[in-house]
Design a protein. Structure first.
Ligand code: TYC
Length: 141
């Protein structure tokens, strides 16, 4: 964790404890302050945990999916999978056949902007060669 984050949390903590010092001592009930210290350490740890959770949210991922149609040549789909999704020839044939037999198939999983760019690239290449191939993206849960 960055020292900036730690110092920010410390500042917030000090500010927060200014007003309720008496309250903490009263609540803990310990004469020597040990209980309060443990409680405060706990607060501090959970503050950090909360901040980390808030700041380290992973970006959502999106599946890029090819849809079947009756006209796009199989070889073209295999070519797309190799060129745009970096699949081996064997993998590309397997994915293409999955789409052909089941109506759809996954080409890869990417962050939003990358998935969006892949869909556009597939559709642009298909359009250029006048194939009706369709490609969509779907949020991965
Ligand atoms: N069904 C097509 C054919 O028989 C092949 C095909 C496979 C088309 C996958 C699209 O995404 C697709 N020529």
């Amino acid at each position: 964790m960055s020292s900036f984050l730690i110092s920010q949390i410390k500042c917030q903590r000090e500010e927060g404890s200014k007003g309720d010092k008496g309250g903490k001592e009263g609540k803990g009930g310990g004469k020597n302050g040990k209980i309060e210290n443990i409680e405060q350490e706990g607060d501090f740890a959970s503050d950090i945990a909360t901040k980390i959770k808030q700041r380290s949210k992973r970006p959502s991922l999106y599946k890029v999916i090819l849809l079947n149609d009756d006209y796009t040549p199989m070889e073209f789909v295999v070519y797309i999978l190799q060129e745009l999704f970096h699949k081996s020839h064997e993998e590309a044939v397997m994915i293409m056949l999955t789409v052909h037999n089941h109506g759809m198939g996954e080409c890869g999983v990417f962050p939003y902007e990358v998935a969006e760019a892949k869909v556009t690239q597939v559709m642009d290449l298909a359009k250029k060669d006048q194939h009706p191939l369709k490609c969509i993206m779907e949020k991965q849960y």
